[in-house]
Design a protein around this ligand. Structure first.
Ligand SMILES: *Cc1c(COP(=O)(O)O)cnc(C)c1O
Length: 421
């Protein structure tokens, strides 16, 4: 497989972009990232013309795949033709918010922003403003974007230079699926905790599903101590649990929910949703400042809303979840046969093989970090790419099924795993 153009582009990019990329994970593949020329259905074509089955799917936003249905394309094109944006409201923002509030049980109001990071930043500020408290509980290895309040590990140490220790000390990380640790943190800091921020399923560090009762524990602790429960559904929203999101699937009623990825139909987006009483604390109805030049961008709103309407009217979720089941069960057979120490993980249209060392399904992000990460990155992933299968860019990111994928894509992928493992 000739990948010289990608190599040359990366070489060139290293002079003008730090690390050669605009988002860190894109530089994870060895020996250099693959530059993309175009996409079609469930496939991408790289800068050298090589075609791959693509399971990156934009890192989650592309529920429909790379070829958008005509109605989505025309919604985007006609919106663009009317002028890109105005800084004044448009009807589309109202319609999109109505769609989300109609389908997601806990969400009564929505504030649109421009990225998942911006959504979690604003949700944390809102929770702090609403409760008058400063501390937030997060999950170790949970991911809530590139933001100061959540890039924290261990006993509240910043996980990146540039984050003041005085900032990080207000963040309390606990291991996912560990009710004891959650009880302890609330016993110690209960009166100061504004919110618990949690992904329903850890989807940025392996894929770790909640154990029965874990989310109930967080809900009860938050209620007992007057803290808000914030579900970060930036990945799971409109993917896990379909139109009701993961909170519909698991039967939960968070106080606030953050969204991103799918709701923008492939354009930059984020949103905060929740109960009216809390959401009205945002300016201008309340006092918690929140604003953005591009927020509720008309082209994004058109793309996101038309994508979600299409998913509501066509059998998109049956299709992607069905292929997800086929992938997971096919990969289970391969792993059982050839690498019983590895674990097949995922739900709905998320899937992954984590290179665990003992065949135990990971219970939290720490377990995923202890897996054979180097083998996955350096030995396994490049072999899959040589076989025409584009997996996630590191061992930790999820892989995503889209409406554009076919059973043939699934079969080819399972065969390639069997061949490469
Ligand atoms: C992707 C992601 C974010 C960050 O969203 P960006 O749009 O990349 O800023 C936040 N939380 C979760 C759960 C995510 O998966």
């Amino acid at each position: 497989m000739n990948r010289d153009t990608s190599r040359d582009l990366y070489d060139r990019a290293l002079d003008s972009l730090p690390g050669g990329v605009n988002s860190s994970v894109r530089a994870a593949p060895v020996p250099y990232p693959t530059f993309v020329r175009s996409g079609e259905d469930g496939h991408v074509v790289d800068a050298d013309g090589n075609r791959y089955v693509d399971w990156v799917m934009g890192l989650g936003p592309l529920l429909l795949g790379h070829s958008l249905p005509d109605r989505v394309t025309s919604a985007i094109q006609s919106r663009t033709a009317d002028g890109p944006m105005f800084g004044m409201p448009t009807e589309l923002e109202v319609e999109h918010a109505e769609f989300v509030t109609r389908h997601v049980p806990s969400v009564e109001m929505v504030r649109f922003v421009n990225s998942g990071t911006e959504a979690t930043v604003s949700a944390v500020r809102l929770a702090r403003g609403y409760t008058g408290r400063e501390k937030v509980v997060v999950m170790e290895s949970g991911y809530h974007g590139a933001q100061e309040s959540t890039l924290v590990e261990g006993q509240g140490e910043p996980s990146s230079p540039g984050i003041p220790a005085s900032f990080a000390e207000h963040t309390l990380p606990v291991p996912f699926n560990d009710p004891e640790a959650a009880h302890e943190v609330f016993e110690e800091h209960g009166d100061d905790i504004a919110a618990v921020l949690v992904e329903p399923v850890l989807a940025n560090k392996g894929i770790v599903e909640p154990e029965p009762g874990y989310h109930e524990t967080l809900r009860d602790l938050a209620d007992d101590h007057g803290a808000l429960l914030v579900w970060d559904e930036v990945i799971t929203g409109f993917r896990v649990g379909g139109l009701q999101c993961a909170q519909g699937k698991y039967g939960f009623d968070p106080d606030l929910t953050t969204f991103g990825k799918i709701i923008g139909g492939g354009f930059p987006v984020g949103a905060i949703g929740g109960k009216t009483e809390i959401m009205n604390e945002f300016t201008p109805s309340g006092d918690v400042f929140q604003a953005g030049t591009f927020s509720g961008h008309p082209v994004t709103m058109a793309a996101g809303l038309e994508t979600l309407r299409y998913a509501a009217e066509e059998d998109v979720y049956d299709h992607v979840n069905g292929l997800g089941d086929q992938l997971r069960s096919g990969l289970e057979d391969v792993v059982e046969d050839q690498a019983p120490q590895y674990s097949v993980v995922g739900t709905d249209s998320l899937f992954k093989v984590v290179f665990t060392r003992d065949g135990e399904r990971p219970r939290n992000g720490g377990d995923v970090g202890d897996a054979s990460v180097e083998r996955w990155n350096r030995v396994f992933r490049p072999q899959m790419q040589d076989r025409g299968i584009m997996l996630s860019q590191n061992q930790f990111e999820s892989q995503f099924v889209a409406a554009g994928h076919t059973e043939e894509d699934v079969e080819r992928t399972i065969e390639a795993y069997a061949d490469a493992l």
